[in-house]
Design a protein around this ligand. Structure first.
Ligand SMILES: CCCCC/C=C\CCCC/C=C/C(=O)SCCNC(=O)CCNC(=O)[C@H](O)C(C)(C)COP(=O)(O)OP(=O)(O)OC[C@H]1O[C@@H](n2cnc3c(N)ncnc32)[C@H](O)[C@@H]1OP(=O)(O)O
Length: 374
């Protein structure tokens, strides 16, 4: 039976760092700027008192990420921790996550892998670099299940003190990701749309604001949400194959890229190019994408992964704290805009996507995709 909710998925995967995720709210229990990072104590950007594992610090005194405290600090009475992306989690639960056994608690060897149904994570511990391969056939659409599993994998890496960089790629050459799963936005109810949009927001916030170096190895087409996923990274290497396209093509589906998609694009390619790209729903060839700065480097198909790795090693030579603070300085204002109005953004999405006209557009787009094959 298909699992349609985060809570259902939590039950199925129970234990994999998930016990703490509240239904409908995918939460970072111990993001790098939160308690997990403090425990790791490797100064990812900011110095602070380092609590030891087992020191229960419940309530408002619990160490939280300094860079995000100002965003939406919980009241001193609500005994909750603020995670990196501004989401709340009971502090005791946060500490339980820290103690949750995972592969990072085992003796270190050069390579470790873990995977769930839709995400493969391969960690090279000697380099401190993980590769996340998206594996959601046929086209790596970003379904709720995929988003949930991705977030679980991401959280594990965030909590792994040896992991300094992540390469994002697809398990299926030719398609990096087909973007948001249209089926998640069609013919469902408001509760489902809410849950789905929360997961989309959460993944974007986590990736966009990660202290790790994130490099996208774009080995195929990457429309809409797929492009957004790539845009969260610090550097984009794309396969130089003119058959592939990348861009925020939402208007072609009769929908509108939310403001934070737009902001991420503007920060990358500038206002004028974004205005045109977004209104026309442009999908760029790799050469065009390179020209406007949507991607940073084109390489032959079989060199995408190795190039991403060598770029990663360059980025990892920069003193970590300086790079992280710089990244935060550059990106925080953009992320804050969403953090300050997450609920309103969800309401907008749910209202917009529930409209009859929008549902009709999405159905027609899906139909056209299918007919293209026939
Ligand atoms: C003003 C207020 C605004 C508030 C916000 C409001 C609105 C919300 C905005 C939401 C933002 C949305 C972002 C998105 O990401 S929407 C998704 C956009 N994605 C696309 O347009 C890509 C569509 N797909 C393709 O172009 C191609 O499939 C391909 C990725 C290039 C791969 O081509 P090919 O290898 O030829 O595969 P097929 O086309 O044959 O596809 C195989 C099956 O997969 C189904 N499919 C494809 N894409 C999706 C998708 N994104 N979601 C769900 N399903 C998808 C396709 O229909 C085929 O299914 P079938 O085998 O059953 O026929």
């Amino acid at each position: 039976m298909a699992l349609r909710t985060v809570s259902a998925l939590k039950r199925r995967l129970g234990g994999a760092g998930l016990g703490l995720l509240r239904s409908g709210q995918i939460s970072s229990a111990a993001g790098r700027s939160g308690a997990g990072r403090a425990r790791a104590g490797r100064g990812r950007g900011v110095a602070w008192t380092r609590p030891r594992l087992g020191e229960e610090q419940l309530g408002p005194t619990c160490p939280v990420g300094p860079t995000w405290e100002s965003v939406s600090r919980p009241s001193s009475t609500d005994r909750k921790c603020l995670g990196r992306a501004g989401n709340f989690l009971p502090c005791a639960a946060q500490h339980r996550l820290e103690k949750t056994p995972s592969y990072i608690d085992y003796p270190a060897t050069a390579r470790r892998s873990f995977s769930n149904h839709r995400v493969i994570v391969d960690m090279d511990q000697s380099l401190g670099v993980a590769t996340i391969k998206i594996k959601n056939p046929p086209v790596n659409s970003l379904s709720l299940e995929l988003l949930t599993e991705f977030l679980i994998g991401w959280e594990k890496l965030e909590n792994d003190k040896s992991c300094k960089g992540v390469i994002l790629t697809s398990n299926y050459p030719k398609i990096f990701s087909a973007g948001l799963d249209i089926l998640e936005m069609c013919g469902k109810n408001a509760a489902h749309y809410t849950e789905y949009w929360k997961a989309v927001q959460e993944l974007w916030l986590k990736l966009y604001m990660s202290n790790m170096v994130v490099i996208a190895a774009i080995n195929g087409s990457s429309p809409a949400g797929g492009c957004l996923l790539a845009l969260t990274s610090d550097y984009r290497v794309m396969a130089d194959n003119p058959k592939y396209t990348i861009g925020l093509n939402e208007t072609l589906l009769g929908i509108v890229a939310p403001f934070w998609f737009k902001d991420n694009l503007v920060n990358t390619i500038g206002n004028r190019a974004s205005e045109q790209a977004l209104q026309l729903g442009l999908l760029f060839s790799p050469a065009e994408a390179l020209k406007i700065g949507l991607v940073d480097q084109l390489v032959p198909e079989d060199k995408v992964q190795s190039t991403a790795l060598s770029v990663m090693s360059q980025w990892l030579k920069i003193p970590d704290h300086a790079r992280q603070l710089t990244k935060t300085m550059m990106r925080k204002p953009t992320a804050d805009l969403l953090l300050k109005q997450r609920e309103a953004d969800i309401d907008n999405f749910v209202r917009f996507i529930s409209r009859d006209g929008i549902q009709k557009s999405l159905h027609m787009y899906l139909k056209a995709l299918k007919e293209r094959k026939e």
